[in-house]
Design a protein. Structure first.
Length: 317
């Protein structure tokens, strides 16, 4: 009996260890229905046009390099590092690096969180291209850096932990290599996003007054208590106003989707701002309440209306 019990106990323990091992070996990413142990393996296996889906939070021990046209769906997960990645001489600067002929689209509202005082979140080298749809990007000195190539930012939140200097702590959250930006081989275009530390339409990354924001895209300061941040694009600006934050447009452009009763201010000297299709002519605009209709309960006629006369067959405010 004792021998049988010992055998059963051994089997139970073995099963527990096996289950734990399976848990430890959960796959990192998938392409289609095929799962891979590491994100790098998934990228290597992907074909042009494929979508790579992150399956768990990944602690990167080295830079993840992309040299093909793929989509990275972060799937709400996190790419981060707890050991140092930075090696300037080897070009290991970021959690993820896009290099020619790479064309990476990042989506899925994930988080790129670089180890403090180590690396950037994303970089572009050798003529690569990255398009960021959403997500949270936490770097050091730079969140996104372009040596040569293109970065298009359509959404997301961008901050750094390590400051450039005390005098210019956050001036380079977005940055290009200066000479290449001047000759047009390194570009950043911002169409949307949240920037708690800099105004991407008026920063010092490539010299005083650098503007990374696309023409015709609105920018606004957002004040929430003691905190001031910068919102780029109609959707982000409207969301801030709808959440009761104080919003002031500083770069002209259309803003839509603002709820009734919410207000948008306009900075001095800024003209041509529209809110829900209405041109703002003063220093602020409050979206009016929609018309409200009243029906007289004593009549069956509902196909007529009389302006400003409540209680008629059909009236409105």
């Amino acid at each position: 009996m004792k021998k049988a019990l010992a055998t059963i106990l051994a089997l139970v323990m073995a099963l527990g260890l096996t289950t734990a091992a399976w848990a430890d070996e959960a796959k990192a990413a998938k392409v289609g229905t095929t799962e891979y142990a590491t994100l790098a393996e998934a990228i290597e296996a992907a074909q042009a046009g494929d979508t790579i889906v992150l399956l768990k939070d990944v602690d990167a021990s080295s830079v993840v390099t992309v040299r093909k046209k793929v989509v990275l769906d972060m799937n709400g997960k996190k790419l981060y590092n707890t050991t140092g990645i930075w090696n300037e001489g080897m070009g290991a600067w970021s959690l993820i690096s896009v290099r020619e002929p790479g064309d990476l689209t990042i989506t899925g509202n994930g988080t790129f969180a670089a180890k403090e005082n180590d690396c950037y979140a994303v970089d572009v080298q050798d003529g690569g291209k990255v398009t960021i749809q959403n997500g949270t990007f936490i770097g050091n000195i730079h969140a996104v850096y372009v040596l040569t190539g293109t970065a298009i930012i359509n959404g997301g939140t961008y901050t750094v932990q390590q400051k450039f200097s005390e005098a210019k702590p956050y001036d380079f959250v977005l940055n290009c290599y200066d000479a290449n930006h001047t000759n047009g081989t390194a570009t950043i275009t911002v169409n949307g996003g949240e920037f708690p530390q800099i105004d991407p339409s008026n920063c010092k990354a490539e010299g005083e007054g650098t503007n990374f924001v696309a023409a015709g895209v609105a920018v606004a300061t957002v004040v929430d208590g003691d905190n001031t941040s910068y919102a780029v694009g109609s959707a982000v600006i409207a969301a801030a106003a709808n959440n009761g934050k104080s919003v002031t447009v500083t770069k002209t452009g259309p803003v839509t989707g603002v709820d009734a009763g919410k207000s948008i201010a306009v900075a001095d000297g800024v003209t041509g701002v529209t809110v829900n299709g209405v041109t703002v002519t003063g220093d602020s605009y409050t979206v009016p309440q929609p018309p409200r209709y009243y029906y007289n309960s004593t009549t069956t006629t509902t196909d007529t209306k009389t302006t400003d006369t409540k209680g008629s067959p059909k009236t409105f405010d």
